[in-house]
Design a protein around this ligand. Structure first.
Ligand code: DGL
Length: 280
């Protein structure tokens, strides 16, 4: 089992920002990545739709023999971590906006969070803010369309720059000294964000923390292989493979083989015959 792959998924290629930390920290592990590009962005979808996608993808990954599943998507974690964990035979790690590390990092107590509509409107985010955001001024900014810009490879275009300027304006106006990226697509925008914010603002990307958590979990369960070999990467997508191949070229250093994502039906609910008592 320790030589089994780790499964990672996102609505599209955003989760590669988490995958690169996993690959750096756990170079011997085989990785399977699912880009659910046919259903991206998740940010505008209902929690119900996201749960169905997340459960189906987790079924696929565990069917491939994965020993651990990483939901490399804040929106999917917010909507579906509970149901996915309940149904998965292997441990599931999710990602959530870095409210806690941001609250610890801020010096002036003003923090900005960028995330999707789905994430920021979720009950899970409300709990996170109640737990870790009470002592700080938190500006939670919904970033409609921003993940799409990254999906389209537009990480430096004028359109992305003006969208980011608009979303960062309220955060800058309040004088935030810390910004947490609550969507796994956004780390690919760090150079542009840094250019707009200037050098004084701490930017928090939780990808590294997620990789460290994966390592801890594997060690705890004795599932981390003790080997010098180099792990491989297989990518599956529900979307257009040529597009994903181009995205991989832009966002991933290294080789990967690319496959279509098969659809996996939910397990049948066992039929329970109703007991009919004989007439007295
Ligand atoms: N990368 C995802 C996240 O972390 C989802 C973006 C989207 O599909 O809207 O939230």
């Amino acid at each position: 089992m320790s030589s089994a792959p780790i499964g990672v998924f996102d609505s599209g290629i955003g989760g590669l920002s988490v995958l690169r930390h996993l690959h750096r920290l756990l170079p011997c592990e085989d990785l399977i990545y699912v880009a659910d590009s046919a259903h991206a962005p998740y940010g505008d979808r209902s929690p119900h739709e996201i749960q169905a996608r997340a459960e189906e993808i987790t079924r696929f990954l565990t069917g491939q023999g994965c020993k651990l599943v990483v939901m490399a998507c804040n929106t999917a974690t917010a909507a579906a971590a509970g149901t996915v964990r309940a149904a998965s035979p292997v441990p599931v790690i999710g990602v959530e906006p870095g409210v806690k590390p941001a609250a610890m990092a801020t010096r002036n107590g003003v923090v900005g969070i960028l995330a999707t509509r789905g994430t920021l409107q979720s009950a899970k985010y409300g709990h996170l803010v109640n737990r870790f955001g009470r002592e700080i001024t938190l500006i939670s900014q919904i970033c409609d369309g921003l993940a799409d810009q990254v999906e389209a490879g537009q990480t430096t275009s004028p359109a992305t720059r003006s969208l980011l300027r608009r979303y960062l304006a309220p955060i800058m106006e309040r004088g935030a000294d810390t910004l947490a990226l609550g969507c796994t697509h956004y780390p690919f925008l760090i150079p542009l964000i840094r250019e707009i914010l200037g050098p004084g603002v701490t930017i928090i990307d939780t990808g590294g923390a997620v990789a460290r958590q994966a390592l801890r979990q594997l060690r705890e369960e004795n599932l981390h292989p003790d080997t010098q070999r180099h792990g491989g990467l297989s990518v599956f997508t529900s979307g257009d493979r040529e597009r994903v191949a181009r995205q991989m070229e832009a966002f991933w250093e290294g080789a990967a083989d690319l496959h279509p994502l098969p659809s996996i039906a939910p397990p049948a609910i066992p039929f329970q015959a109703e007991k009919i008592s004989p007439p007295a």
